[in-house]
Design a protein around this ligand. Structure first.
Ligand SMILES: *Cc1c(COP(=O)(O)O)cnc(C)c1O
Length: 393
């Protein structure tokens, strides 16, 4: 397969495992075992059964008629918003928790920014009866109070990260520290295609169910398995990696990744990593990263909590570098208008992350012969407050 990770965890120039020596045993155990465990029949049986009956897969591929009419094309929506917990993230947490059990782990840790990955992790820990600790920046806990309570209702312990800027990167540091101190009984669930190898590859494989289903469903409804375009938003890049995965070898399929440009890429308030970032090391892998001249991480900005990550997964840094994926970015304003448009035309209020993917439609030249798939990564219920504050509807 083209663009697959190599033995050492690299996608071209990006990836690898830049970790402190103390973490080496944990990451090495995972690296040596993840593929063989994922190939075991008993793993696949349990994973597929939970995807079907717990997550609710396959999620529908919906022909959005009014949106198609408006843009003069054929636009299909891959309904990841209909997954249990309202977004694609649970595909990965279900996979990782089964893997953790097979590794003999009894406890789970995770870090979360906006809280979505924390909720998806707390959910599967409740399902499996495993102890769950979620690290979250103190500032983020205040901003995302409902998700903190969701995690607590599910039985997770939420620990505030009080250092630094008290946001995601500080929560990540705390989680790493915990893992170093509890290497034997604990698995660390990372929520996107980021982190040291093998996490980016493992998470991409768990999310690849999205593109696998798209191929089957398109073939059923159109007679052709290949669309002309696949569009997905990118924070760390897990929903995009999943939506692109089984099309990476198909050169006729145009893959479009959409980053958040916040208030514009010419302001200090953006999260468009491929535009503003430079190669650097973040969370254990070499990737593109928003940083100052002397290499300090810049806090990104987006109206969408799930997209304001200062890097992108190494697979995307590579796909951008070699030109296999087109990267575009859209502003808060463009994304919010698109979110309202999709709500009005299709009766689906998308997550604001997802609204970014829709916002490239007016920028593309589409025809009635094109088949466009947009990965509808999540539902907008969690973003109601942001829609209300934005107000223009
Ligand atoms: C978390 C999240 C994202 C961004 O994460 P990726 O790893 O880039 O997919 C996008 N959409 C929704 C709905 C999310 O919850």
């Amino acid at each position: 397969m083209k663009h697959a990770v190599d033995e050492r965890g690299y996608y071209g120039k990006f990836g690898g495992a830049y970790i402190p020596e103390m973490l080496y045993p944990n990451v090495e155990e995972l690296r040596l075992r993840y593929l063989s465990i994922m190939e075991e029949e008993s793993f696949q049986k349990e994973f597929q059964a939970l995807l079907k009956d717990y997550v609710g897969r396959p999620t529908p591929l919906f022909l959005a008629q009014r949106l198609s009419e408006k843009y003069g094309s054929n636009i299909y929506l891959k309904r990841e918003d209909l997954c249990h917990t309202g977004a694609h993230k649970v595909n990965n947490t279900v996979g990782q928790i089964i893997l953790a059990k097979k590794l003999g782990k009894e406890k789970i840790i995770a870090e979360t920014g906006a809280g979505q990955h924390g909720v998806a992790t707390a959910t599967v820990c409740a399902l499996m009866g495993m102890e769950c600790i979620v690290y979250m920046g103190k500032v983020d806990m205040e901003r995302q109070q409902p998700n903190v309570e969701r995690m607590r209702i599910l039985g997770a312990k939420v620990v505030a990260a009080e250092s630094g800027s008290k946001t995601l990167k500080d929560a990540t540091n705390e989680a790493m520290r915990h893992w170093i101190n509890h290497p034997v009984d604990t698995h660390y669930i990372i929520g996107s295609v980021v982190g040291p190898h093998p996490y980016p590859d493992m998470v991409a494989r768990f999310q690849s169910v999205i593109s696998k289903e798209i191929r089957t469903q398109l073939l059923e409804s159109t007679g052709k398995a290949l669309p002309t375009h696949v569009i997905a938003c990118v924070g760390g890049g897990s929903n995009a990696a999943g939506a692109f995965y089984h099309f990476l070898n198909e050169d006729s399929v145009e893959l479009i990744a959409v980053e958040a440009a916040g208030k514009g890429n010419d302001t200090d308030e953006s999260a468009a990593t491929t535009v503003l970032g430079k190669p650097g090391v973040l969370h254990g892998s070499k990737t593109l990263l928003m940083q100052t001249m002397d290499g300090q991480v810049i806090e990104p900005y987006s109206i969408s909590a799930g997209l304001d990550y200062p890097g992108i997964g190494p697979i995307h840094a590579h796909l951008c570098d070699v030109g296999r994926v087109d990267f575009m970015s859209v502003t808060d304003e463009e994304a919010m208008s698109s979110g309202i448009e999709v709500s009005r035309l299709e009766g689906i209020i998308p997550a604001i992350e997802t609204a970014h993917a829709f916002a490239v439609l007016p920028k593309l030249t589409l025809t009635k012969d094109d088949t466009v798939v947009i990965n509808l990564s999540g539902r907008g219920d969690k973003d109601l407050e942001t829609y209300i504050q934005w107000g223009k509807y």
